[in-house]
Design a protein. Structure first.
Length: 364
């Protein structure tokens, strides 16, 4: 069968476009705190033998239907007052802090050491904004996609001085921290891992969010300065937990020093009220303008096109006037090898009296 080819001019017939798609991602505290099972046997919370972090799923993690939501860990800088030989998993907490800060922030130019997390955009080691004790939320790519959209991130946490399972003592109110002041072109800074913005709320700075990395870093001080109970509840109250299920009440300082990383993550998850952000997916497209001039593509290679030397098209109408209906477009390389096929939603009439330009878009 004869095949008609029409060359594509790379200068005039090809265009490229970039489109950003956004999806709203709402995460409720019930999923984060453990929807399935009873603490400390939450079936959607996965702990590991290395004890460096824990993973949160939207369904029991042993199920094939489970989706990974995020990883959670805790760490502090070696210069932190919480760092010491008596602190539980002291080395691992320091290592987690250094590993994440190295990946996200890199090294200082003067002393060539790993940078510390800061609650501002300067990275100038100002003591007022240095975050030496942090909780780190690393979102899965299933949720964050290419990046978190600037200005869309918010997290609500339950404030209060003491960690426990009784909501009346955990909360003391809900504090929301967001990057609402950040736009695509302002109030964000760049690091080796991409752009980041500050999370702020009514109680001050709560942390930072790294957009391309899909990571939120929360300072532990948001729990220290909360409006919770001044003293732990009495013994007759529902006992709390902080260290791998130990039924006692403790401050966040005691949590950081006396609990394992998994235990600290268990307690921190109970403090997360909700998380919401928009992700971004970048779609790069190449558009080919396929042109059918008036004197081409007026015949069909279909064997039923002719009947008794007459052209036969729809409704058994017979005519000797060239007429065709375009249904498919093929894109070929210089060796006439088929690379892509585009199908039209309905046939388009083509005859010597008209010309067509068909737009074919390939998304990557």
């Amino acid at each position: 069968m004869p095949i008609n080819y029409e060359p594509i001019n790379g200068q005039t017939d090809v265009a490229t476009t970039r489109t950003l798609l956004h999806e709203v991602i709402p995460l409720t505290g019930t999923i984060v705190s453990g929807t399935y099972g009873v603490f400390p046997n939450d079936e959607n919370i996965k702990n590991y033998n290395h004890g460096m972090f824990q993973s949160v799923y939207d369904y029991p993690f042993l199920s094939s239907s489970a989706n990974h939501i995020f990883d959670l860990t805790v760490g502090y800088d070696e210069s932190s007052a919480r760092s010491g030989s008596t602190s539980v998993q002291n080395t691992k907490k320091i290592n987690m802090y250094n590993q994440m800060s190295q990946v996200l922030l890199g090294y200082t130019g003067s002393t060539n050491r790993v940078r510390r997390f800061e609650g501002d955009l300067t990275l100038d080691e100002t003591p007022l904004f240095t975050m030496k004790e942090v909780f780190i939320v690393n979102f899965s790519r299933l949720l964050s996609k290419d990046q978190i959209k600037k200005g869309s991130f918010s997290i609500g946490v339950k404030t209060g001085s003491y960690f426990g399972t009784s909501v009346s003592y955990i909360t003391g109110g809900i504090a929301t921290y967001s990057d609402s002041a950040v736009t695509e072109n302002s109030n964000a800074a760049s690091t080796i891992s991409g752009d980041y913005g500050v999370l702020s709320g009514a109680l001050g700075v709560g942390g930072v969010v790294f957009y391309e990395a899909g990571i939120a870093v929360l300072t532990a001080s948001i729990f220290i300065s909360g409006s919770g109970k001044a003293t732990p509840p009495s013994a007759r109250e529902t006992p709390g937990f902080y260290s791998d299920g130990v039924t006692t009440w403790h401050t966040v300082d005691e949590l950081l020093t006396g609990s394992s990383i998994s235990g600290a993550c268990d307690a921190a998850r109970q403090r997360i009220h909700n998380i919401q952000f928009n992700n971004s997916t970048e779609i790069n497209s190449t558009v080919y303008f396929c042109r059918a001039p008036h004197n081409k593509f007026n015949y069909s290679s279909n064997p039923t096109y002719l009947s008794s030397s007459s052209i036969r098209v729809k409704n058994n109408t017979r005519s000797n006037t060239p007429l065709a209906f375009i249904t498919t477009i093929g894109l070929y390389n210089s060796a006439n090898e088929l690379l892509a096929v585009a199908k039209l939603s309905e046939p388009l009439r083509k005859d010597p009296t008209n010309e067509l330009t068909l737009r074919v878009r390939l998304d990557y």
